[in-house]
Design a protein around this ligand. Structure first.
Ligand code: FAD
Length: 566
């Protein structure tokens, strides 16, 4: 079979694949991007996300639209508007079908944008499943549903191949597990479930449970541990993450690998707020099986921590969100000699190199450790800079990656949790500033509808460098980005405080914590002012003044002596 030859083949047209392909094409490389397109298996389960990948089709984008819908409804029904004297007589009825139709149309528009952008960049698009035939040769097999429209099987080869195939939801491996839907299935739901069980403790489970609850489904969240979100977005990384210059200077290595967990203060606040305003929580519950009851509903059996199996009945939907698995099993990686870890993730170094020369990998399918769209995009762009842009040292930096959980209320975090910082630098080096309060947003709301905000700064050393910032509460998602820039640049508490507050806002708390501009001088608690760096007199200035003073005294004394001798 004749083979088309490229400078670069990219397998996977998601966040990372699209980014590397477009950037490489911008440098003049001849690029082909291979994506399965939106495919399904015989049972109707999604097997290919579609152009734009997970984020656009079954991830960030449709999730955020559902989150916004759910938050608006919650706000309407909780009585916040009537607190402001605004009539809010709406019933909160949800036209799920109409919402889905508009959401799907928005996603379809983005799919088209991706295709147009690739075409405009001069990238060739091959639709079908890619499998390796050798390190630099790839077979593209169109899906059965696409065969006629999209052409025959093709063989492609290239000087470089980038694998960016992302991941898929992990199926529920218990008897009857096939009765559960995944996060992909959530986006297929034609109507709002009346009573839904969500299984999982990660951010996807928390977010989807919050969305369903906010849109009026009776929602039950089942998780194994005592709380949700005990682990973060970031998986353990086999390679040492790239060190940023700012962070190397102050040895903040671990701040770079991001938070593997949320700060306990944030989890505690989240659990309280979920308990008051969220879905029904079932801690310490491990799924044991699913059964179809005679009335057509699903019974979820869970094993509690005492070993008892409990039946929870009457669900018209069970949604499982217990993690994701890299889409590498059918890629034929063995033919390319590309090594994976025990979970099928492609092993990469800090430059996205795999075990095979000229085969590189980015995004969720790798061991890089971050399952986030902006990380996949940045990795792809920097990789293209390195391969085709003449920047041999280019690589993504994992320093201080900020993350948000779109829970109700949302969470934002960057850097280390207090626990991580204490482990890393020792108790003596760490101080924290924290506050929990009800923001003015809810000043006129009914008491039981008020949602709390909690914020924490984790500070290191005498210079009080900010090594962690954690916030939960309304607008945490929107306020984090700017703080992440400052933290990445090495901001200290004094820098935060030197940035005059914006009043009245929620974010102002982060620059005005109690003890603003002061520090205790000792255990007795007497306070002294702490000035920001630009107002501090350099230490040598005082010594120089003393030296000049002493020299003047000596000179004056010498003049007196000389005069006396005359
Ligand atoms: P993907 O975007 O998954 O793209 C991979 C593409 O490759 C897909 O189109 C796939 O069909 C295709 N493919 C796979 N195998 C083959 C093959 N053999 N041949 C051809 N094509 C193939 N991240 C955030 O930053 N913020 C969020 O709010 C957020 N929310 C999320 C919510 C949910 C429910 C989920 C599931 C994920 C969310 N994410 C979020 C994570 C984010 O979507 C991923 O980190 C990101 O999409 C990873 O990009 P990628 O390029 O590695 O892979």
């Amino acid at each position: 079979m004749p083979s088309d030859i490229y400078d670069l083949i990219v397998i996977g047209g998601g966040s990372g694949g699209s980014a590397v392909a477009r950037r490489a094409a911008g440098y003049g490389a001849k690029v082909c991007i291979i994506d399965k397109g939106a495919t399904r298996d015989a049972t109707g389960q999604r097997t290919g996300a579609g152009f734009g990948g997970t984020c656009v089709n079954v991830g960030c984008v449709p999730k955020k639209l559902m989150y916004l819908a759910s938050s608006e409804r919650e706000h309407l029904l909780a009585g916040h508007l009537s607190g402001y004297g605004v009539s809010a007589n709406a019933s909160g009825a949800v036209d799920w079908a109409a919402l889905k139709e508009r959401r799907d149309a928005y996603v379809a528009m983005l799919n088209k944008n991706y295709e147009n952008n690739w075409t405009k960049a001069g990238i060739e698009i091959a639709v079908g499943e890619a499998t390796f035939e050798g390190p630099q040769s790839v077979r593209v097999t169109p899906h059965v549903s696409q065969g006629a429209a999209r052409g025959a099987v093709r063989m492609l080869s290239a000087k470089k191949v980038v694998i960016a195939v992302g991941g898929m939801p992990t199926p529920l491996d218990v008897p009857g597990g096939e009765l559960a839907i995944s996060s992909d299935g959530f986006f297929d739901l034609p109507s709002r479930p009346k009573k839904v069980a969500v299984i999982g403790a990660g951010y996807i489970a928390v977010e989807l449970a919050g969305i369903l609850h906010g849109l009026g489904s009776e929602t039950h969240l089942f998780f194994r541990g005592p709380t949700v979100l005990q682990h973060g977005f970031v998986r353990a990384s086999p390679h040492r993450p790239t060190l940023s210059r700012a962070c190397v200077a102050t040895s903040l290595d671990s701040a770079l690998s991001g938070s593997r967990a949320q700060d306990p203060y944030i989890i505690e606040t989240l659990m309280e707020e979920l308990g008051k305003h969220g879905p029904n929580l079932h801690a310490g519950s491990t799924p044991a099986g699913l059964l179809r009851a005679s009335d057509g509903t699903i019974t979820l059996q869970v094993r509690t921590q005492s070993g008892i199996v409990e039946d929870h009945v009457g669900f018209d939907c069970v949604l499982c969100a217990i993690g994701r698995v890299a889409s590498t099993a059918a890629l034929g990686l063995e033919k390319a000699g590309v090594a994976t870890d025990e979970r099928g993730r492609i092993v990469v170094d800090a430059f996205e190199n795999t075990s095979t020369r000229n085969v590189l990998a980015i995004g969720d399918a790798t061991t890089a450790g971050f399952d986030l769209t902006p990380v996949a995009i940045a990795a792809g762009r920097r990789l293209a800079d390195r391969l085709f842009g003449g920047a041999p040292d280019a690589r993504i930096e994992y320093a201080c990656v900020a993350t948000v959980v779109f829970s109700h209320p949302p969470i934002g975090c960057v850097g280390l949790t207090e626990t991580q910082a204490r482990e890393q630098f020792g108790d003596a080096a760490i101080t924290v500033k924290k506050a929990r309060f009800t923001s003015m947003k809810y000043a006129l709301s009914p008491p039981d509808a008020k949602v709390r905000t909690a914020m924490k700064l984790v500070l290191k050393g005498a210079e009080e460098r900010v090594v962690g910032l954690h916030t939960i509460g309304p607008h945490s998602d929107e306020m984090l980005q700017g703080f992440a820039v400052a933290i990445r640049m090495g901001a200290t508490r004094a820098d935060f405080e030197a940035a005059t507050a914006i009043h009245p806002t929620i974010a102002e708390e982060l620059v005005t914590f109690g003890g603003w501009g002061q520090q205790p001088t000792g255990p007795e608690g007497a306070l002294r002012p702490v000035l920001p760096p630009h107002l501090r007199r350099p230490a040598y200035a005082g010594r120089t003044a003393q030296a000049i003073g002493a020299a003047l005294v000596v000179a004056a004394a010498a003049i007196v002596v000389v005069r006396a001798r005359r």
